[in-house]
Design a protein. Structure first.
Length: 494
């Protein structure tokens, strides 16, 4: 284990070990940030809630999405300061992942040397899942940043755990307090991030931490867990929000198995440093494996298996990849010392070229299910004075909530109570009979729904009534499908 570069003449480079990955991750995040001015449905939820007042957000959290309450309030503040837009929506994720890359780099430097840190920090931004959520207006990148900070604090405490008695021991409490607060904030952003605690516990077992360290960690972990417990219990009453997640199947485990295999290889390459002491393997492998396995275990009780819930575990994978690269540099240095320093840049360069289709794909609107903004432009083009609008399913009302100007002049004839008043994301619609009567009273209606390739059969009775009346009494005179959404113009038959 080392925290310094061996050559004193190059110690100034130790700052580059985290600065280069930060700049690298920022560059990857800013590249194509607007995704051709597209916003998909998950981000549309952030956008439309962030545009509400604090009182309206608080009212909504009592009904739905309490698990993201802190994130919505944060984004509300940013929208108030900088205005609504794709840059404001996504920049927090870019900055957060840059922090996560810096943490991986510093961990790698401390535990396995300069090249391991630099390689791990650069590798994080290239992972396909990170490429996706790096530019996502949701809280998962923020959780990853918090996971990196909390792990870095823990490693700092473990590095100096010996000999801390009396006054020196008391100096650890601010760091343990900071550790608990960071874990708590992550839990308030997404309480499944608490799976980092058993990962850290596994690290403590690996390095055989003393009872004093166990006790202080347990107290900090308990404080974070107790702080998040009210949110956990309350959000369990809103579990219907995740009822769409399919049950766990064996093919869902292929991705985690590949990640664990790659991580295991990195840990094996770190075997010369591992043993029972603090090492990259002791930190990275539990950080990668435990949250993945923990989410699989939870999904056996209730389907919850989505990779974004444990995105932070990829910090462990990046750390282990960096460790493997660092081991490669050490081997190369024994054979061709002058060329050894080119190994990490060369591998990163090859990875960039090999992953270029992935990198381009993640920055295209087609990388997401749909595009809320594109269909709103079609609505603005097709609408006429006096038209009405319907949404199937009702959640597609997000288009109007994100782009209200495009829907100005249109009558939302199925809506009984607005999303703001009802404290919901999509509003409350009238009963089927009233919807039928309202549709029959219109001459021209715009229907906003999913494109045919991604549309599901209407499940709600209200939606079936809408479709039935349109088919019986109306004729489609225009139909546009764009980026996963569809707008159809119906005119009443005489």
């Amino acid at each position: 284990m080392t925290s310094h570069i061996s050559d004193p003449r190059r110690r100034h480079l130790r700052h580059l070990v985290w600065l280069v990955p930060v700049l690298w991750t920022l560059a990857l995040g800013l590249w194509g940030l607007s995704r051709q001015d597209s916003v998909w449905r998950d981000e549309a939820a952030t956008w439309q809630v962030a545009g509400r007042s604090v009182a309206e957000i608080w009212h909504m959290l009592g009904q739905v999405d309490a698990v993201h309450g802190l994130y919505y309030l944060l984004m509300h503040g940013l929208f108030e300061l900088f205005g609504a837009g794709t840059a404001t929506l996504r920049l927090p994720s870019v900055l957060a992942m840059a922090v996560a890359a810096a943490c991986v780099a510093l961990l790698g430097q401390r535990l396995a040397g300069f090249w391991a840190g630099l390689g791990g920090g650069l590798a994080l931004g290239l992972l396909p899942a990170v490429q996706f959520y790096l530019q996502e207006g949701r809280p998962y990148a923020l959780v990853a940043a918090g996971a990196g900070v909390s792990t870095l604090v823990l490693v700092t405490l473990l590095e100096g755990r010996e000999g801390h008695e009396g006054r020196e021991g008391r100096r650890e409490w601010p760091r343990w307090t900071a550790y608990a607060l960071v874990v708590l904030v992550c839990a308030l952003l997404n309480w499944l991030s608490l799976l980092i605690l058993p990962a850290h516990a596994a690290t403590l077992l690996w390095v055989r931490a003393g009872r004093r360290v166990y006790g202080r960690w347990a107290l900090a972990a308990a404080g974070a867990g107790c702080g998040a417990l009210p949110l956990i219990l309350f959000s369990r009453g809103q579990s219907g929000q995740v009822s769409w997640i399919p049950p766990l199947t064996w093919h869902m485990l292929i991705g985690p198995a590949i990640l664990l295999a790659i991580g295991g290889l990195g840990a094996w390459l770190d075997r010369s440093r591992s043993g029972r002491g603090l090492s990259a393997a002791a930190v990275g492998l539990p950080l990668l494996a435990v949250p993945q396995l923990g989410l699989i275990g939870l999904s056996l009780v209730q389907p919850l298996f989505l990779d974004r819930y444990v995105l932070f575990s990829l910090l462990g994978l990046a750390l282990l990849i960096g460790t493997g690269l660092g081991a490669g540099v050490r081997v190369a240095a024994r054979r061709t010392p002058r060329a050894a320093g080119l190994l990490v840049p060369a591998v990163v360069g090859v990875a960039v070229v090999a992953l270029l289709p992935v990198e381009l794909g993640k920055r295209a609107p087609a990388s997401r299910v749909d595009d809320v903004l594109a269909v709103s432009a079609e609505v603005a083009r097709l609408k006429e004075s006096g038209d009405a609008v319907l949404f199937i399913p009702a959640a597609r009302r997000d288009t109007a909530l994100v782009s209200p100007d495009a829907f100005s002049g249109l009558s939302d004839i199925a809506l009984a109570e607005s999303p703001q008043a009802s404290g919901t994301l999509k509003g409350e619609e009238a009963d089927p009979a009233r919807i039928r009567a309202a549709v029959l009273g219109q001459r021209r209606i715009l229907l906003v729904t999913d494109a045919a390739r991604v549309a599901r059969p209407a499940s709600a009775e209200r939606d079936r009534v809408k479709l039935a009346v349109l088919r019986e009494r109306f004729t489609a005179v225009a139909d546009e499908q764009v980026r996963g959404r569809r707008v159809t113009v119906y005119e009443r038959r005489s």
